[in-house]
Design a protein around this ligand. Structure first.
Ligand code: NAD
Length: 365
């Protein structure tokens, strides 16, 4: 694929431009700002797959009624420690914080809580929700699926059966950024194939599998021919993503479907009822208030252990052991300073979406 140029935009400017797009698309300013904030937050963390590359798709989903503006979380069933909640297909950037805040409030009161969220619009980078809980001193675990979004073959198969089903575990650290383990159970997140299809970083060999069982890195197995530059449609490809860790990742992906799809009642990623249409995230989350366990010196013990882990001798000269969350923290620091680099195709697609809504692009673009 031809190597395209890079456009670098200051984070604040990008966030403001994305918010304007969603106001033009019909959202109120608060919701539009939240969408801008969380999409840019994913880019700042280095997860471009879940950042502003999603703008065109979100606008299209809003137009088609797949996602709804201005929604509130509905409580379907509630006890002091747990709740089944429905996102009513509202934007994940609106529903996500509401669901997380409910879990935090219950955990603060009772020591732990479980929140089963169904029918949420795309929840984006799940690490944002782990970080939100950690900022309030809670440990959290999140298991996510995508109703209607099957893309990933199970271990031993070639047909799509799972979505990319991310898992996140976040642990607060006294006076520091939390430890945030946050990854898709597919070998790469779908958005990373999207980035590769746009001329960005290629996905590793074996991230995809063809109908003949051959391993590949070719985005067209997911989206069909990569001619032109714009909307990618995952129903057009004849292949599938693969899970990470062979049978182990495949097993975790299955558990995400069971917890976030079956237990929430939101539904599993497949079988698709008809042509590919609306997708929605389900998220099963557990929140723990570490103080409620009565363990002495939890924070100190975590810090000491992290120090010990990081002191492992590097595997390669000049290398370093990082803990989950550190790469994101470093990228955030660098991108806040120097701006967010976007493949030109991604930027042009955003500008095109803005123009379609009657907006002019920012002056320097
Ligand atoms: P990834 O493969 O980049 O892994 C990220 C995780 O690994 C982070 O916890 C990071 O801190 C850690 N990590 C990375 N390099 C490390 C190193 N050198 N040492 C130690 N730890 C390291 O992530 P991914 O699988 O591509 O997922 C990207 C994003 O996509 C995630 O934020 C995920 O939540 C999101 N996602 C969302 C959905 C959805 O439906 N909403 C679906 C799939 C993925």
């Amino acid at each position: 694929m031809e190597k395209k140029g890079i456009v670098t935009i200051p984070a604040g400017e990008l966030e403001g431009f994305v918010a304007k797009i969603f106001v033009a698309a019909g959202c109120d300013a608060e919701e539009a700002n939240r969408i801008g904030h969380y999409l840019v937050s994913a880019n700042l963390a280095g997860h471009d797959s879940h950042g502003v590359i999603r703008v065109g798709r979100y606008v299209e989903w809003l137009r088609l009624g797949y996602v709804r503006k201005g929604q509130q979380l509905s409580i379907v069933h509630e006890t002091p420690t747990h709740a089944l909640v429905d996102g009513n297909f509202g934007f994940g950037q609106t529903i996500g914080p509401q669901a997380v805040d409910l879990g935090i409030a219950k955990a603060k009161q009772h020591g732990l809580s479980a929140i089963a969220l169904r029918n949420s619009g795309h929840l984006g980078r799940i690490g944002d929700w782990g970080e939100r809980a950690a900022a309030q001193g809670c440990i959290s675990l999140h298991f996510v699926n995508v109703f209607g979004g099957e893309l990933v073959a199970p271990f031993g198969g070639v047909d799509r059966r799972f979505s990319t089903n991310p898992v996140c575990i976040a642990v607060p650290m006294a006076g520091k950024r939390p430890i945030v383990l946050d990854f898709a159970t597919s070998l790469v997140a779908e958005g990373k194939v999207l980035v590769a299809a746009d001329g960005g970083k290629p996905v590793p060999e074996g991230a995809l599998i063809g109908p003949d069982g051959k391993l590949s890195s070719d985005p067209s197995l997911l989206y069909g021919p990569i001619a032109g530059t714009r909307a990618r449609d995952a129903s057009k490809g004849v292949g599938a993503l693969r899970t990470f860790g062979e049978h182990k990742g495949s097993g975790i992906a299955l558990m995400c479907e069971i917890l976030a799809g079956c237990l929430t009642g939101g539904g599993t990623s497949g079988p698709l009822p008809g042509p590919r249409g609306r997708i929605a995230n389900g998220m099963f989350s557990i929140y723990l208030d570490p103080g409620s366990f009565g363990t002495r010196d939890f924070a100190q013990s975590v810090q000491e252990y992290v120090n010990y882990v990081k002191a492992s001798r590097p595997a390669v000269p000049g290398g370093e052991v990082l803990v989950p969350g550190e790469p994101e923290e470093r990228t955030r620091t660098e991108r806040l300073k120097n701006g967010i680099p976007l493949p030109e195709e991604t930027w042009l697609a955003i500008v095109e979406t803005a123009k379609g809504l009657g907006l002019a692009p920012p002056a320097q673009a």
